[in-house]
Design a protein around this ligand. Structure first.
Ligand SMILES: [Zn+2]
Ligand SMILES: [Zn+2]
Length: 303
């Protein structure tokens, strides 16, 4: 139902076998990318996922390791003869930053629509995605994102019968349509129970831990969070550069009670992130030191 791939897991610079942090989601034929550093399109190619259906690109912030891969990706999407509009979401200044990068990718066969974030928290509904952008705490303006795939309530036969809804309309109402017939208006809630639990993924990098992250990630099926440092004694460095340690990420995951934590955005000096995972799991057991290309196929819960 919602495919997630963490295309890369590196921070600051791409390394052999570790591309820069970027995540792609696929749902109902529409793809969404978060961040696009140098080499993201190679990571995408390695994964075997196509850039052509990317309808939305969200940027956390405008440090080069999160956006410098954009012009090349746009050219590739153009060469694939994409014509549908592409929506970009990012902190204030998006159009100016992308405009500057577009100097080297000026002619594209598709239009770009910009959504610039200015509030502390903003909610958008784009294609199948309900997106919440929330400000985090980095050394420049930076946002985290939650993707939510909503799920409607179950069809309620008794309710449909007792409301006297004509049977030929049931299917359309179940799909969320409003039906008007013979002067009456039928709405989906007349045949559906309460909305069911959807799918939720929260992604945040680059940031210090904040209370807002814990709130926004609450109960997520998957929480992808930066972990710049695993080695002990790096707490001061993490504070200074406004990043976090593996252990700080694990505490956020524990506080938010997520189903799974994937660490990402490793410092280039960190060669074996797995080395530290025993200590991380003593804080939050369902933690994974993600590697490039890690994928999850998230489904709606069984009834
Ligand atoms: Zn970064
Ligand atoms: Zn940064």
């Amino acid at each position: 139902m919602l495919d997630i791939c963490l295309l890369g897991t590196g921070g600051m610079m791409p390394l052999p076998y570790r591309w820069l942090t970027s995540m792609m989601a696929r749902c109902c034929g529409s793809s969404l990318l978060i961040d696009c550093g140098e080499g993201t399109q190679i990571a995408l190619k390695e994964k075997g996922w196509s850039p052509k259906p990317i309808d939305i690109i969200c940027f956390t912030h405008y440090h080069a390791d999160h956006i410098s891969g954009l012009p090349g990706l746009l050219l590739t999407m153009g060469n694939a003869e994409r014509t549908e509009p592409l929506i970009m979401v990012g902190p204030k200044g998006l159009e100016r930053v992308v405009g500057a990068l577009r100097t080297i990718a000026p002619e594209l066969p598709f239009p770009i629509q910009y959504i610039e974030l200015t509030e502390k928290r903003e909610q958008l509904k784009l294609g199948p995605y309900e997106i919440t952008a929330f400000k985090v705490n980095h050394n420049i303006v930076c946002y985290g994102y939650t993707l939510h795939i909503p799920r409607t309530g179950k069809f309620n036969l008794e309710q449909a019968l007792s409301c006297g809804i004509p049977k030929p309309f049931w299917n359309r109402l179940q799909k969320g349509e409003i039906v008007e017939a013979e002067g009456k208006t039928y709405t989906p809630d007349m045949v559906l129970g309460a909305p069911r639990r959807g799918i939720k993924v929260t992604y945040c990098t680059d940031t210090r831990p904040t209370a807002a992250i814990e709130e926004e990630a609450a109960g997520a099926d998957l929480f992808i969070c930066e972990g710049m440092y695993g080695e002990k004694g790096k707490e001061a460095k993490a504070r200074e550069y406004r990043h976090m340690t593996f252990y700080e990420a694990a505490k956020l995951a524990r506080g938010a009670d997520v189903k799974e934590l994937w660490l990402t955005h490793y410092s280039p000096s960190l060669t074996y992130p797995e080395e530290y995972m025993n200590d991380v799991r003593s804080i939050f057991p369902r933690a994974i030191a993600a590697k490039d290309g890690r994928t999850a196929e998230l489904q709606f819960e069984e009834e």
